[in-house]
Design a protein around this ligand. Structure first.
Ligand SMILES: [Zn+2]
Ligand SMILES: [Zn+2]
Length: 598
């Protein structure tokens, strides 16, 4: 369906491109919200209101705070304005005129923005009583916005122009979709995301915490979270050894000289934690690469040594603004499942092919069916901005593309998105509710081998420079854990579950047998527990259920007598009584298969 749109010069056109429609629609809805706020709360000053990835926001300046219950009123007022079918009327006025007008209105923030603008004229538009300046375009009239297609969702604090030294603003978030059905789908998804929030589940399942006393963005892994983490790390280590990687361990701190050679001191300084000891400056590592390079450089390398694949669960610390930190997803300290590959040019293609196999294997193993791939390449019009020769870029891109083709992968080419030191592939997984998350990265580096003067002796007896690749599969263990929690809504597949089975004796006289069952489970290598508290069976089952334990093994008179266990699983409930040995055998099979259920 076409959307009737008015442009700044007054022309009216039908827009048919869905993406363009959505942007104009959201942008117009954000003005609609501003108009509603203006009508309901006289004296409120307007900041800015852009469209964002799943909606829009508007920043307001107002003495009093908006309250949660205001949001519904604003939404109602927006519907009124929709019914009034007000036109978005554009006009072009001179800068002087505009400054004059907004000064009279007391809209000093707008005046500030206008003064910063180049050009002698600017485009304004009128919506009912509200005049704002904006290049648009906007929908023709508010009647073009479906009254059930938007939602005013939340409040947040912000600063004028995002700068904490400026005055405080109040931000109102909203969302809009072209149809009420799409909005409904989005809201259901948000509701679902809230239930799966890893911060909430992390607390309920006792997996991790963040301590105010220790500071923001630092994760404390509790025993249960650590159990999961160890399974993940062990699994990965085993797969890496199988594929010819070597695990290494490098220090968390190094003199600034290392970071000066690597270039991080110059280009990454604002994100690094730097401190002095005995008049020498040290850096807490924000990256593992320079460390792995030290190991490469520790001896003479020949072409026969290559490829070298150094992997590390490397914990790094990076300064991030406290405002952007988010649970385990965005933190200041995290552990990368990092590796650096050093190889000859002839080996590049095989290395990439093997890497992609590993990426897909990891995705599948952790239960992710869908993914997206992006290939970031340089901006062809600004070649001088990039390190590496023409030949380097052609070789690297060629290898990435051919390897993806060989694996039957589809990808999106991101022109100009490459960092200056080489092209890369990013793999994003799609979780259970359709959200993409950055997972693996394969990144060429044309600068570090030069900066650290890396070499190897070729078959010709001469010194050559190796090709260097950075790669992470999970990215950061913290964020991956966060994604896993949300993807499975806390119900980890049995191979990852912190507790795989809990034994529940019905009465006190069954506790001795319960203990024997526990020992057998543990003897078989299962992570098992025994709930021997003096509580009702129903209560214990409910609690195990809330803890999302895959299996509950209930034991009473009958079970003791027959040497059996009554099995309940968290998804289907009662499975009936069975011999313990049979249960153990089947569970081991599910674990080995890394099955998602039960
Ligand atoms: Zn606008
Ligand atoms: Zn690296």
């Amino acid at each position: 369906m076409a959307l009737k749109v008015t442009y700044a010069d007054g022309t009216v056109r039908d827009v048919t491109d869905p993406q363009e429609q959505l942007e104009i629609y959201r942008h117009s809805t954000s003005h609609l919200m501003a108009a509603a706020v203006n009508g309901l709360f006289p004296g409120t000053h307007l900041g800015i209101g852009p469209a964002i990835s799943d909606g829009f926001f508007y920043d307001f300046e107002r003495e009093e705070s908006f309250r949660e219950e205001d949001l519904a009123r604003i939404e109602e007022k927006m519907r009124e304005l929709v019914n009034a079918d007000l036109k978005y009327e554009p006009s072009i006025i001179s800068k002087e005129e505009a400054i004059d007008y907004f000064t009279k209105q007391g809209e000093n923030l707008k005046v500030e923005l206008i003064q910063e603008k180049a050009g002698q004229t600017l485009s304004c538009y009128r919506l009912g009583d509200l005049v704002d300046f904006c290049t648009g375009p906007h929908v023709y009239s508010t009647g073009r916005i479906h009254p059930k297609s938007f939602h005013v969702s939340s409040l947040a604090g912000s600063y004028w122009k995002g700068d904490e030294h400026n005055q405080r603003m109040q931000r109102i978030y909203g969302t809009a979709f072209l149809t009420p059905e799409e909005l409904k789908l989005h809201l259901t998804r948000l509701e679902e995301a809230k239930k799966r929030d890893h911060r909430k589940l992390g607390r309920e399942l006792d997996l991790f915490s963040i301590s105010e006393e220790a500071g923001p963005g630092l994760i404390f892994w509790h025993p249960r979270g650590t159990r999961v983490r160890i399974v993940i790390e062990d699994f990965l280590r085993q797969e890496l050894y199988r594929r010819g990687y070597e695990m290494v361990t490098t220090p968390h701190v190094a003199k600034n000289t290392l970071w000066k050679t690597s270039g991080h001191y110059e280009y990454y300084r604002e994100n690094m934690y730097v401190f002095n000891i005995e008049d020498e400056e040290f850096v807490i590592k924000p990256m593992n690469c320079p460390g792995h390079i030290q190991i490469y450089k520790s001896r003479m390398r020949s072409y026969r040594d290559l490829p070298l694949r150094f992997a590390e669960f490397g914990t790094v610390y990076r300064y991030e603004k406290s405002g952007v930190l988010h649970g385990m997803m965005r933190v200041r300290g995290f552990t990368q499942d990092d590796a650096h590959l050093f190889c000859t040019r002839d080996q590049v293609y095989d290395e990439i092919t093997a890497l992609l196999e590993l990426v897909l294997f990891i995705l599948k193993s952790f239960g992710f069916e869908e993914y997206q791939v992006e290939l970031s390449v340089r901006d062809e019009s600004k070649k001088e901005k990039y390190a590496g020769s023409e030949e380097d870029w052609a070789m690297a891109e060629g290898a990435l593309v051919r390897a993806m083709q060989a694996r039957g992968m589809e990808w999106k080419r991101m022109e100009g998105e490459a960092v200056f030191y080489g092209p890369k592939i990013d793999v994003k997984l799609i979780d259970a509710i359709g959200r993409p998350w950055q997972l693996s990265t394969v990144q060429f580096d044309f600068t570090l081998p030069k900066r650290f003067d890396l070499g190897y002796i070729g078959p010709d007896g001469h010194q050559h420079q190796p090709v260097m690749l950075h790669r992470a599969l999970l990215g950061s263990v913290e964020r991956f854990m966060g994604v896993l929690i949300e993807h499975y809504a806390g119900a980890f597949p049995i191979w990852l579950a912190p507790v795989q089975a809990v034994v529940i004796p019905i009465a006190e006289r069954h506790q001795e047998y319960g203990k024997q069952v526990l020992e057998k489970l543990q003897g078989a290598g299962l992570r098992a527990g025994l709930d021997d508290r003096n509580e009702k069976m129903g209560f214990k089952i409910r609690e195990a259920q809330t803890q999302k334990v895959p299996y509950m093994l209930v034991v009473g008179d009958k079970e003791v007598e027959a040497g059996q266990v009554s099995v309940r699983n968290r998804f289907q409930g009662d499975e009936g009584a069975q011999p313990l040995e049979a249960f153990i055998k089947r569970t081991r099979e599910l674990i080995d298969a890394r099955a998602a259920r039960p």
